[in-house]
Design a protein around this ligand. Structure first.
Ligand code: ASP
Length: 323
């Protein structure tokens, strides 16, 4: 479906970043005392490399949509994160992946849920957006569509790592991992939000979901308005956390609606959602978001969230804990 341009680019604003990028690698029980220096360095290096890829593209005038797709693809390939290779496992030991992408310029969106063989679920989500009449495809149909679109198809084993097998076994045995029992501890979802030189916004999210998930469970990540949203002139967001709560609160669109209709600043809106509304129902997690001026927020109500950002003229920043 050929998208029509909906919102003109925002330009000429004082204080507006020429371009900006913010990424996450999941929120959860991420404590310094549980992290080896080697692992911390590996996460930092990967997030820094992802920012570099995105910044080079943005600096040379790439479209925000291309940037968020490229950055998420890179993180899907890194088995450190719960997306693509290295995804968490279902109760029966498979990887079932969810992803979504939204273009703030056109208001178009695409998503896949429960896919098992497309190497880059985020690329499949984009194909759904651009080469189908639909917004979300699921399961075997989505994998078949991705193959027909020429995307790389891999056996499900490609996604499965030894570390995730062990994590599943511990989870099934009821062994408390990383010192946490009733808060989200299956972190590692990835996401990116970008503002390009033309003033366009885009957002993308990709995940393996939650360890030991059953019955074809789908989280917030592939749901437009829950895990991902982008609207030029307003803002864009990618979430991570306990998906059931993010779906019930429509977190991604709640942020946009507060800014669009309630005229709240991104900071006020984000703080209210993550520190007041989600905790009221027991929801844990966070998100990365940006307004139309490139102002970035990265709130989370867990111990940590792998995250990083870069703006034109500023050095890239990568953070993990509550610092
Ligand atoms: N939000 C994801 C889900 O519920 C998980 C995560 O972000 O870690 O599937």
């Amino acid at each position: 479906m050929k998208p029509a341009e909906k919102t003109p680019p925002v330009s000429g604003d004082a204080g507006k970043a020429a371009y900006a990028l913010v990424i996450h690698g999941g929120a959860g029980v991420i404590r310094k005392e549980n992290m080896s220096p080697e692992k911390e360095a590996a996460y930092t290096a990967s997030l820094t490399a992802a920012l570099k890829i995105g910044e080079e593209m943005l600096a040379s005038g790439a479209d925000a949509l291309d940037v968020v797709e490229a950055v998420v693809k890179f993180l899907e390939d890194d088995s450190l994160f719960n997306a693509g290779k290295g995804a968490v496992l279902t109760a029966d030991g498979h990887a079932e992946l969810d992803a979504s992408i939204m273009d703030g310029k056109t208001g178009m969106a695409g998503a896949v849920a429960g896919v098992k063989t497309v190497k880059h679920p985020i690329a499949a989500a984009r194909k759904v957006m651009e080469a189908s009449d639909h917004v979300m495809l699921s399961g075997a149909g989505a994998d078949a569509f991705a193959g027909l679109q020429g995307l790389e198809i891999v056996p499900n084993d490609y996604f499965i790592t030894e570390a995730r097998k062990q994590q599943l076994e511990k989870e099934k045995a009821g062994i408390v991992q990383d010192g946490a029992s009733n808060v989200i501890k299956k972190f590692g979802t990835v996401g990116a939000v970008a503002l390009d030189r033309e003033g366009h916004l885009a957002a993308a999210t990709s995940t393996g979901g939650m360890t030991n998930k059953k019955y074809g469970r789908i989280g917030d990540s592939p749901i437009i308005g829950a895990g991902t949203y982008a609207a030029d002139g307003i803002g864009a967001v990618s979430c991570t956390g306990h998906g059931e709560y993010f779906i019930r609160e429509a977190v991604a669109y709640d942020l946009i609606a507060r800014m669009k209709y309630g005229k709240q600043s991104i900071q006020v809106a984000s703080d209210s959602i993550i520190f007041t509304e989600l905790p009221k129902i027991g929801g844990t997690g966070g998100f990365i978001a940006m307004d139309a001026h490139g102002q970035i927020v990265m709130p989370f109500n867990t111990d940590g969230m792998f995250r990083g950002s870069v703006k034109a003229g500023e050095a890239p920043k990568v953070l993990i804990y509550q610092d």
